[in-house]
Every structure is written in structure tokens, then in C-alpha cells.
Design a protein around this ligand. Structure first.
Ligand code: IPM
Ligand code: MG
Length: 369
């Protein structure tokens, strides 16, 4: 019997709709190659939803997401000036994205930072630093810390405007992300880099304490502690020393963008946001309003997010691998989109949709799994 999966598609803003189109192309191809039916449910989300109905995460969208088996989400947000047209609490980051994360409790955010040697030319790092390629995964806690702590804004008794934001974690929140990270380490090189700032932050002291306790259940994994600022330096100087890195929410936001930086673009950064019952998948980058609608944005991070969904939500690891190989194959054949490469140097420049077509052509040619 054909398996049916319901997938909510949230295009998002800026380049969201055009890269989502390529993700859908890929899904249709996967559908044909496997005994599977994807029921695709489109829903409004982000600034576009706000301008349509006054809510960046409308109830209708919530209902669609609730009944879906998984969610694929494009980037959201507007440029600095356009954002001002939306009240602060309805801006898509605060009004849609964080509520989405909270609604499905997607506490584990997987951000692979991956660049095979053959694609080393995309990286701003020297060839000898990239070595045999960059292959690490950042595991970011996604529903705690400063992002979700209590906030206070006001005027203090000296008459000065002040703000207070709190970084909160309890031991359960820390231990569940540690279990994730340690399990991933067991499947990889059995080395876990713990990113913290325990020389200053009490939250990191508890973070490290809980890690020590949880790690006893995974005696084979070697734990390496590293301060977040030092980690930022080492990611540039020698990223190949890392395999699995675990970190709290805010550190993960910053270091994962740096991860995109050492690859050469955030366009190469898909991600998976895993919750206990439901997960959603999204590029790590923003909506790039400056290049929206030009058909030049690379859809790698969006199609890569599809691959991560197939693996994590639908148990289709082999087909996910085929998608990765297809995308890398297109680059290895010398093609690129203008957002990733400058003209010249033998690069054959193609558009967003041509990139998607080429990925699909490669996937079609691969043996079925
Ligand atoms: C990310 C993004 C979001 C975050 C923004 C859009 C709120 O930067 O997913 O990394 O800060 O988590
Ligand atoms: Mg970010």
C-alpha cells in the first residue's frame, strides 16, 4: 500500500517562494521514485501572512501544521526598513518563528556544516585549512535560553529606560539536548565538543554539570569542553577538528552563521528542528530580500532541508543521501548560482530553477532505493 505523508509548506518571505518551488520539484521526483504519496499543504507564514490577515502565524496555518506529519518552512523576515511597518510583536521572527518553535517544542536544532573537498573553492578558508573537507554538525538547543526567557522593558527609579532579558534553563531542558548530542556523537566519531561560557555565565556552569551526569551513560564518547569565544576562532583556524558540537540557543544562532561563513555562504546551510512529536525543516539563512524574485538564490539549503526531513521524519536515509549527492554533483559539474559564485573562473552560471532542474535530473538517474 502506498504510504501517504502530509507535509505543510510554509513558503515564507523574500526568496522563500522561489527556493520552495525547487524543494517541491525535488519532493515530486522522490514521490515518483518511491511508493509514497506526499500531500502538500500550503499555508501562509511570516510577513506576507501579516500583510494578508494581520497575523504572521494565522490560526489556519496552525491547523494545517497541526495535522501535518512534518513541516517545511522557507526563510522569513523583511529588511530593516520594511520591518518597521509591522508592530514589534507581530514581526515574523517574534510573531511567527518563535511561536512555531514553541508550539512543537522543537528543542533540537541540527545544523550540518558540510563541504566536501571537491567544493572547497566555495570556502573563504585556505585549501590547506579545508583539507579533506569540512564535516561537522552543530546541535543547537532551540526552545530555551535568552530567546524564551522572561523580558522586561521600562523606566527605572533613576528615570532611565532599561531592559531585562533572562537566560533560563532547567536541568530537563539541558539533559534532553545532551542526550541528542551524545547519541549523534555515538553514530559519528564519538567526540563531542561542548560549547559554553562557564567562566562567566552560571547557566553554563549548570549546562556543564548536567552534561557530566548525562555523559556517564555514554562512556565511549570523549567530551571536549571549549569556551564559545575560543570555538569561534577555532572554527576559522581549523574546523576539521570538530565533529559534533552542542550549544545553547543564542550561542548556536551565532556560531551556526559562522558555520555558513566558513563554507562560503549561508545558502549552504539547511537545518532540522526536531520536536518530540513533530519536526520542521528550514534553511538557516534569512529571506535575502535584496535578491528576492530574481531567480538567482541557490536552493541548496531548502532542498537540503527536504533531505533532512526524509531522513529524520520519514526514515528515508538512503534517498536523502541521493539528494545530497545530486546537489553536490551539480556543483562538481561546475554549475553555480550568482549568489554563491562570481562570474568567471570557469563557473557555469545558472538560475535557481535551473539548479533545481539539474538536481532532479541527477536524482532521476540514480538507482532507486
Ligand atoms: C536562525 C535565525 C532565527 C534565530 C531568527 C530569524 C529569529 O537567525 O534560525 O538562526 O535567531 O533563531
Ligand atoms: Mg540565525
Amino acid at each position: 500500500m502506498t504510504t501517504i505523508y502530509k507535509i505543510a509548506l510554509l513558503d515564507g518571505d523574500g526568496i522563500g517562494p522561489e527556493i520552495m518551488k525547487e524543494a517541491v520539484k525535488t519532493l515530486k521526483c522522490v514521490e515518483k521514485r518511491n511508493d509514497i504519496n506526499f500531500e502538500l499543504l500550503n499555508a501562509d507564514f511570516g510577513a506576507n501572512a501579516y500583510f494578508k490577515c494581520g497575523d504572521p502565524f494565522p490560526d489556519e496555518t496552525k491547523a494545517i501544521c497541526d495535522q501535518a506529519d512534518a513541516i517545511i518552512k522557507g526563510p522569513i523576515g523583511l529588511n530593516h526598513e520594511e520591518s518597521k511597518k509591522i508592530p514589534v510583536d507581530k514581526q515574523p521572527e517574534r510573531g511567527a518563528l518563535l511561536p512555531l518553535r514553541a508550539r512543537y517544542n522543537t528543542y533540537a536544532n541540527y545544523r550540518p556544516v558540510f563541504l566536501p573537498k571537491a567544493l572547497g573553492h566555495f570556502s573563504p578558508l585556505k585549501a590547506e585549512v579545508v583539507g579533506e573537507g569540512i564535516d561537522l554538525i552543530m546541535i543547537r538547543e532551540l526552545v530555551g535560553g535568552l530567546y524564551f526567557g522572561k523580558k522586561e522593558v521600562g523606566v527605572n527609579n533613576k528615570g532611565l529606560r532599561y531592559v531585562k532579558e533572562t537566560l533560563e534553563y532547567d536541568e530537563e531542558q539541558i539533559s534532553r539536548i545532551m542526550h541528542e548530542a551524545l547519541k549523534v556523537s555515538m553514530r559519528r566519531k564519538k567526540v563531542l565538543h561542548n560549547i559554553h561560557k562557564s567562566n562567566v555565565l552560571k547557566s553554563s556552569v549548570l549546562w556543564n554539570e548536567i552534561l557530566e551526569e548525562v555523559a556517564q551513560e555514554y562512556p565511549e564518547v570523549e567530551i571536549k569542553h571549549i569556551l564559545v569565544d575560543a570555538a569561534a576562532t577555532l572554527l576559522c583556524l581549523d574546523p576539521t577538528q570538530f565533529d559534533v558540537m552542542v550549544m545553547e540557543n543564542m550561542f548556536g544562532d551565532i556560531l551556526s552563521d559562522q558555520g555558513g561563513g566558513i563554507l562560503g555562504s549561508l545558502g549552504l546551510m539547511p537545518s532540522a528542528c526536531i520536536g518530540p512529536e513533530k519536526s520542521y525543516y528550514e534553511p538557516s539563512h534569512g529571506s535575502a530580500p535584496d535578491i528576492a524574485g530574481k531567480n538567482i538564490a541557490n536552493p541548496y539549503s531548502m532542498i537540503g532541508s527536504v533531505a533532512m526531513m526524509l531522513e529524520s521524519s520519514f526514515n528515508m536515509a538512503a534517498e536523502a543521501k541521493n539528494i545530497w549527492n545530486a546537489m553536490q554533483g551539480v556543483f562538481i559539474d561546475g554549475y553555480s548560482t550568482p549568489d554563491l559564485s562570481k562570474p568567471g573562473a570557469g563557473v557555469k552560471m545558472i538560475s535557481t530553477s535551473e539548479f533545481g532542474d539539474k538536481v532532479v535530473a541527477k536524482l532521476k538517474a540514480m538507482p532507486k532505493v
